[in-house]
Design a protein around this ligand. Structure first.
Ligand SMILES: [Ca+2]
Length: 149
């Protein structure tokens, strides 16, 4: 009787920790699975770069703008100001867009706004055209449509 009196609270405490640790472990395993294993297992289609002949932005800038676009579209909704910034830098030149497109490559896309596609469904590695199509609508999409192939 007396033994149970001191054992029970300890047991309860232990239970609580195992629950927390189990949840954290589950999240960690899920994250690693989605982030590293799935992309390895998945056979991605070959990615074909587009012509950048006549582009006026440097490789470094294109790389940077690709990361801006990823950031602008990755979260919930779309950060319009960042999209506009890059749109202006492209300055109507399709080769500039293509350069950014090439650096963007294919990125995990999730439909409910987690920035890095951690919870993306297996097949959802999308190129920049596809990202824009999912993220933009109305006049915003019309603006970018000239570049999208
Ligand atoms: Ca988004």
């Amino acid at each position: 009787m007396a033994r149970q009196d001191w054992k029970e609270p300890l047991y309860g405490l232990w239970e609580r920790y195992t629950l927390i640790i189990s949840i954290l472990l589950f999240i960690l395993v899920y994250y690693l699975w989605m982030r590293f294993i799935i992309p390895l297992l998945k056979k991605k289609e070959p990615f074909f770069g587009r012509s950048v002949v006549g582009s006026t932005i440097s490789d470094n800038d294109a790389k940077l703008y690709a990361s801006y676009l990823h950031e602008a579209m990755g979260g919930l909704g779309t950060t319009d100001s960042m999209m506009d910034f890059v749109f202006d830098k492209i300055s109507g030149n399709k080769a500039n867009y293509n350069k950014i497109y090439n650096f963007f490559g294919r990125k995990a896309y999730s439909y409910f706004g987690d920035p890095w596609g951690i919870f993306a469904i297996t097949n959802d590695f999308l190129d920049l055209d596809q990202w824009l199509n999912y993220e933009l609508s109305g006049s915003e999409l019309k603006k970018w449509n000239f570049f999208i192939s």
